[in-house]
Design a binder for this molecule. Structure first.
Ligand SMILES: [Zn+2]
Ligand SMILES: [Zn+2]
Length: 220
């Protein structure tokens, strides 16, 4: 058995389409052509129009304010999940999509905010599409409390607890972890130029700037 919230799927498609321009009914139908287990046809689209979520004009379809309000949190959860899956869990683009689609329906609001904060309130998904802002992002902008940032954004002398290492070269990540640069560990920033020098207990490690930019943590 499979239960699909067809309304959510459709408003999500129109949102994504409208980011690139305007959207046609044909496009929406085509996107869901092989929708396994559910049907997107004129009947369901008229129903959405009657319920005030979309507006249909000739071949064009667009989201109303109400439709946007419905799509926005879904898009936000989907794109945050993509960031989480690629950046933190190291999933490939190909494997990520199905999992992200699951998350978009199941992530609780509190958890969504926690993930957004963990990731440092990212602006874009891994595909480069904008992530709609949440309340947590606005709060972060207006407050001085620190959140997760990459090592190169912190200052000399700061002690940072590592939250995650953005997926880069797996060999490099393995090397970092073997030196103790791993999630949960604390590092002190000793120098930022000409090389980054970080210290873990009594060990100092010099790393290139692009590596520092891929290590994220919170000031302790
Ligand atoms: Zn994306
Ligand atoms: Zn946020």
């Amino acid at each position: 058995m499979k239960i699909v919230d067809v309304t959510s799927e459709i408003v999500e498609t129109i949102w994504t389409c409208e980011e690139k321009g305007s959207c046609t009914i044909d496009y929406v139908k085509k996107e869901h052509e092989d929708g396994d287990g559910y049907i997107v046809d004129d009947e369901i689209l008229s129903e959405l129009e009657r319920s005030g979520l979309v507006e249909i004009r000739g071949p064009m379809i667009s989201l109303t304010a109400e439709g946007k309000a419905k799509a926005r949190p879904i898009i936000r959860r989907h794109r945050l999940a993509e960031r989480l899956l690629t950046d933190v869990l190291g999933m490939t683009f190909e494997d990520m999509e199905e999992a992200a689609c699951e998350y978009e329906h199941t992530l609780a609001p509190g958890l969504t905010e926690a993930i957004c904060t963990l990731l440092g309130h990212p602006r874009d998904c891994p595909h480069g599409s904008p992530i709609p802002e949440g309340e947590c992002c606005q709060r972060a902008e207006n407050s001085v409390t620190s959140f997760v940032k990459s090592l190169d954004a912190w200052d000399i002398g700061d002690v940072i607890r590592i939250s995650f290492i953005r997926k880069t070269d797996p060999i490099l990540i393995g090397k970092l972890i073997s030196m103790g640069v791993a999630p949960g560990k604390e590092v002190k920033i000793r120098q930022k130029f000409p090389a980054y020098v970080i210290q873990i207990e009594q060990t100092q490690i010099a790393i290139e700037q692009d590596i520092a930019a891929g290590i994220y943590g919170l000031k302790v």
